[in-house]
Design a protein around this ligand. Structure first.
Ligand code: 5GP
Length: 197
């Protein structure tokens, strides 16, 4: 039987450092496949279509929603974001662990679709630190920062719905914790597979 990887959702308030953390985790653990989401948000400087996101116009996005192309989708910060079924199938077929980066609504949808999904919330050390990181990023205007901070309060309140909470105090420590978590769940799956043989 082909090895089946674990399925994970990671959510984090904007500015918590999810991209940097996942980049570090991917350096340390190569058996990871990540879905590329679709979004109607404009690309940030340096972002590439098909790599960071599939950037779609709102009409195209909505047409693909109607066609049933999305496993889940949600409106976040006034833009549409979603996971294409084709992306999810491509990642699942690799046999690697699959990590989806979703907002809290997306996490809830995935839990309905795949009750065994591992859910991880990445939290900033504090709200003050989150605000500082958002400002330092320099890619969001004041209105957008205010919106992201308001959403962050709501997302922090939802962290109790997740199985694991990792605090992103330093990338090094948080990445080590996440790699350990993936390894522990992989070992548990292997043990469970052996039991059923
Ligand atoms: P950003 O605009 O900063 O790249 O992402 C904003 C938010 O959208 C983040 O919370 C991110 O996790 C979420 N997001 C990105 N892709 C998806 C997706 O495919 N589905 C859902 N539900 N949320 C997503």
């Amino acid at each position: 039987m082909a090895e089946c990887g674990g399925l994970y959702v990671i959510s984090a308030p904007s500015g918590a450092g999810k991209n940097a953390l996942l980049a570090e985790v991917r350096l340390r653990e190569t058996r990871i496949a990540s879905t590329v989401s679709a979004t109607t948000r404009a690309p940030r400087p340096g972002e590439q279509d098909g790599v960071d996101y599939h950037f779609l116009g709102r009409d195209t996005f909505q047409r693909r929603v109607a066609a049933g192309d999305f496993a889940e989708w949600a409106e976040v910060h006034d833009n549409l974001y979603g996971t294409l079924r084709s992306e999810l199938d491509r990642c699942l077929a690799t046999g690697n662990d699959v990590i989806l980066e979703l907002d809290v609504q997306g996490m809830r949808s995935l839990k309905r679709l795949y009750p065994g999904v591992g859910t991880i919330f990445l939290a900033p050390p504090s709200m003050a630190e989150l605000e500082r990181r958002l400002r330092n990023r320099g890619t969001n205007d004041e209105a957008d920062i205010a919106l992201r901070l308001r959403n962050a309060e709501k997302e922090m309140a939802a962290r109790v719905e997740f199985q694991y909470i990792i605090v992103n105090d330093t990338i090094d420590r948080a990445a080590a914790e996440m790699v350990e978590l993936l390894a522990a769940r992989r070992a548990a799956r292997t043990a469970a597979d052996a039991d059923t043989r």
